[in-house]
Design a protein around this ligand. Sequence first.
Ligand code: BGC
Length: 373
Amino acid sequence: MPPQPPMLADDLAQIAERSRALILSLQDPGGAYPASPNFSAYRGYSWLRDGSFIADAMSAAGETASASAFFGWCARTLIARAPDIHRIVAAADAGTPVADHEMLPTRFTLDGAAGDTEWWDFQLDGYGLWLWAALTHAERHDLDVTPWRRAIELTVDYLIASWDRPCYDWWEEHVEEVHVSTLGSIEAGLRAAARSELVGPDRRRAAAETADAAARLVRDRGTVDGHLVKWIGSTSVDASLAALIAPLRVVAGDSDLGRATLAELERQLVVDGGAHRFTTDTYYGGGQWPLLSCFIGLAHLDAGDPARARELLAWSAGTVRESGTMPEQVDDHLIDPTFVAEWVERWGPSADPLLWSHAMFLRLAVELDVVTR
Ligand code: BGC
């Protein structure tokens, strides 16, 4: 990116307000947030992961009805799958777990169906994330969310039965591994359930035990040299790990583990404020993702460094296109430019807008008091 003039607080506030408006304008009447309205590979689908973080940002920005509509959509979508969840849990309890392709999907069409396009579907993180985001939203705004109770219970049972299965990570990769970001997402969701009076005492206890087990696995086998790693047994890092510090808060930003993780993410993945996903990323050449810079910014804020958080917000603001939209990634610093052409040929130019990018910008802007809640 060419050198940018210094970003004014008004500019940042304007981008945050435009992000809020864009997300509201694209939310489906049934509550789903599309990942991107126009990108060929995402169009027509809503992800539990993207959607939960989008809803969390909208909730934190005071858009209570929008966030509730998304969680209502999640609840209806999951209750419709109750028979599948019962079967999956029963098979796991019997010691004969179902195959990966029989597990719940990671994304749904906007009306809650499975859709007919192939995807790297078995990902557990989104199930933890919707629990975490929905229950945090209820706590934040003191809401009665009894209509979501059944879906919350089903999700708790699904995660307790499946939490340590290898599955695809946030980026649809390495289905053979147990990913630390996934474990952190599950831990955050189960801890929220264990705190919630909506959930009965036995299930709360079981949720807390599984959350503890996930935390132990991360502490015992998900760290190297004092920092979190990408998957159990790996030595590399992944920018998604910042989410465990904030907004998920399963690792304290000012703990040794939090500080060492942030330092390693900065050292290996952040260039001029722009965060790469991981060092060997080749998706569209492996550019820098504004949503990840914002996650790292949220983590810095949690660790007590608002100045760095603001720099990362300012870098993300610089990714806004002339159309006013924020893309999934920018190509100013690519890890391997030779991979761009094959992705453009396969799916067209990379996603723009990406609602998750706008949401993480809004989330960090709210936390830095750039916009009102
Ligand atoms: C990313 C996922 C994301 C999806 C929709 C994929 O390219 O790897 O993390 O959920 O896009 O935004």
